[in-house]
Design a protein around this ligand. Structure first.
Ligand code: WTA
Length: 666
């Protein structure tokens, strides 16, 4: 980017976009009332939100806070699937679309609330029939198909915590997650469609299960091999799909459709304690081992219900589309639980933006009349590169609100999104949150808060956030620091599964009593929050969190590698890209072929999302005298900056050599 363009960007950051008048007039929240209410009485505000849900038994206490342990709505009993389904069946929503689903090949299915409830009841009975009891963990490794929603809701119906593993993860990643949660059941599919190819989920699952002693039964959805999508698929793919057959192991593997055909149609919703575990979702941290983030029932549902209602300004007739994968928290909270708890119509799409053509998203918006679109900055930057003519070729006039999540959005992308997708009339909500926070925490309310491109604006009502220095003191406006949360909130994580010490260590030890987000931020003169990215060893590639240590351990696991250091360097489209610096074992030559092999090795061990963009072979890595690798200096090299302070290095000449080598290779 030229210097002039950069200055323009900075100027644009001060542009203010008040809510369009037409939007504000019809908005669910159109003035500061909610903020005032929550500022006056934070717990009262969350109590009022929780009361909008259906409870079998009211709570005795709104909050018990013994930092870092929070218990919300203790004594209350409720059920998530009841709130997402049953309570909509009594009134006119009964025959409203709950899910509109579109498969990658173009096949679509629509489930009304009544139909979805029927499927969920039946699958809950299937799980019971397989011996699943309240509290048993169920791992779900499925593509983005309706059965995924059905399986999750069925788990919540009987009180079995689910652990959804993103379909792009490798067999090994799946195995680690199954074993950490000691799941009894795995739900998967024969395969999934991706960019015209087939992802062999069942084969991956079989490989994973070689080392999973707790899994008793595997339920397999026939997605690829059922022949139903052979029609719309063109070319070699259709034959491949028709010929696709999963290898079913007798006694262990069971077909979803066969079990469903025999399952009774009604299953009562189990009354769960507010603090019973709802689900575990694994995410990356600063060590090599992913952590199982634990969310509980009452607080989580209250948080996602309230934020979905107000941030997305939901109206009864809206079609709402969040483009995330349900394997990530965004999909959990804002494809399934938040929208369905609100009785909304949630669109779910199996495919990618570029298959079979680059206008696929816009085709879907036009075809289904999408009103609210929630996507990631990395996708928006990709669309920018493809050019505005593509979306201009479709009727996007149904859109009235746009959202983004997952990483900081650069002002250019924000403006482009508003202009070329939103036609200049739709507010843009940039929503900041994390797997750990469960629900959106920093965001504009679109009918209330004037937005600034690149800022997530203000904490949601009932959320108290601040930016502090190394000592935990709040910094003045404009100064950078660590983003922290001062008070507990309902959807916050309660622990790391079976590792409460790590929970305390990771989030609460840096600033006792304050939740440490791991993000840098600053607050401007108007009280707006600007997120600056991670300050720890977590990187964010296309909105996906990956720990540098995870990639390093997978690299050193290869017999040729002696040592590895991984950093995230800035990348125009992905936000960050994985850059690896590798020293090889004695006598091993750093060939181009080995470079490719190592990239593949990482993708195979973790999943394609972790595949390094580049691997750089070096004789030595920069280390402090105590042997710690200085990643900061590697980042300087990869981003072509002047080297920072090298005085703490054991051997300062390493950096000069490395930089010369890198620049020559580059
Ligand atoms: C980053 C995804 C800036 C941040 C919901 C956070 C963001 C991490 C934003 C969590 C945003 C998410 N602006 N950064 N609007 N949203 N992040 O757990 O670094 O996959 O800590 O949750 O993504 O990623 P996670």
């Amino acid at each position: 980017m030229s210097a002039v363009a950069k200055i323009e960007t900075l100027l644009e950051e001060n542009r203010l976009f008040p809510p369009p008048e037409v939007f504000r007039e019809g908005a669910v929240a159109r003035d500061a009332t909610l903020y005032e209410e929550a500022a006056r009485d934070r717990l009262g505000f969350w109590t009022r939100m929780a009361r909008e849900l259906a409870w079998f038994k009211p709570w005795d206490r709104v909050l018990t806070w013994a930092p870092p342990d929070a218990r919300w709505f203790e004594g209350g009993r409720l059920n998530v699937s009841f709130n997402c389904l049953d309570r909509h069946l009594a009134g006119p929503r009964r025959n409203k679309a709950a899910l509109i689903w579109e498969g990658e090949p173009g096949d679509t299915r629509v489930y009304t609330y009544q139909q979805l409830a029927r499927e969920v009841n039946r699958f809950a009975n299937v799980l019971k029939g397989l011996g699943v009891e309240k509290g048993d963990r169920v791992t779900i490794y499925l593509p983005m198909i309706p059965e995924l929603a059905v399986a999750m809701l069925a788990c919540t119906r009987i009180g079995a915590p689910h652990s959804v593993v993103f379909g792009g993860f490798s067999a090994e990643s799946l195995r680690d997650r199954i074993n950490d949660s000691e799941a009894r059941i795995l739900i998967t599919a024969d395969g999934g469609f991706r960019r015209g190819g087939i992802v062999p989920l069942k084969a991956n699952a079989d490989a994973a299960l070689e080392g999973c002693p707790t899994v008793e039964k595997v339920v397999v959805v026939k997605r690829v091999g059922d022949g139903s999508v052979a029609g719309p698929r063109k070319g070699a793919g259709s034959d491949a799909a028709a010929a696709f057959e999963a290898d079913m192991r007798g006694g262990r593997d069971l077909w979803w459709h066969e079990l469903m055909a025999k399952a009774p149609a009604a299953c009562p919703a189990e009354p769960m304690e507010a603090e019973d575990i709802l689900f575990i979702l694994y995410t990356s941290g600063t060590t090599g081992k992913p952590k199982g983030i634990v969310h509980t029932t009452g607080g989580y549902l209250t948080g996602v219900y309230a934020t979905t209602k107000y941030v997305f300004d939901l109206k009864e007739e809206d079609v709402y589309w969040c483009t995330a994968d349900i394997g990530w928290v965004t999909g959990h909270s804002y494809i399934i639980y938040g929208p369905l708890a609100n009785g909304a119509t949630s669109l779910m799409f199996e495919g990618t933006p570029d298959y079979p053509h680059r206008g696929r998203f816009w085709e879907i918006v036009a075809k289904h009349g999408v009103n609210i679109l929630y996507t990631a900055p990395t996708a928006i930057r990709t669309f920018m590169r493809w050019g505005p003519e593509l979306p201009a070729g479709f009727d996007l006039s149904s859109l009235r609100l746009l959202g983004t999540v997952g990483e900081p959005i650069n002002p250019e992308a924000w403006i482009w999104y508003r202009q070329h997708i939103g036609g200049g009339r739709c507010p843009v909500v940039d929503t900041w949150w994390q797997t750990e926070t469960g629900s959106i925490l920093i965001t504009p309310l679109p009918g209330v808060i004037p937005t600034k491109p690149g800022s997530a604006t203000r904490p949601f009502p009932g959320i108290t956030a601040a930016v502090v220095d190394e000592q935990g003191r709040e910094v003045p406006p404009g100064a950078g620091g660590y983003l922290i949360l001062k008070e507990p909130w309902p959807a916050m994580l309660r622990t790391i599964y079976r590792d409460h010490d790590r929970f305390i260590q990771t989030y609460w030890n840096k600033f006792p009593g304050l939740y440490f987000t791991g993000d840098g931020a600053r607050i401007d003169e108007d009280g707006y929050f600007w997120l600056l990215g991670r300050v720890d060893d977590v990187i964010n590639v296309s909105g996906h969190r990956i720990g540098t240590m995870e990639i390093e351990s997978s690299l050193v696991d290869h017999p040729s590698v002696a040592e590895a250091a991984v950093i995230g360097r800035s990348h125009e489209i992905k936000g960050q890209a994985v850059s690896a610096f590798v020293t090889l074992k004695e006598g091993v030559e750093g060939t181009a072929q080995l470079n490719e092999i190592l990239k593949k090795h990482v993708a195979g061990k973790i999943g394609a999302l972790a595949r390094p963009e580049e691997i750089f072979f070096t004789a030595e890595l920069p280390k402090t005298r105590s042997g710690k690798i200085m990643r900061r200096l590697l980042r300087d090299i990869a981003e072509g900056r002047a080297l920072g302070d090298t005085t703490t290095l054991a051997d300062p000449t390493v950096m000069q050599k490395l930089k010369t080598q890198y620049d020559e290779a580059g």
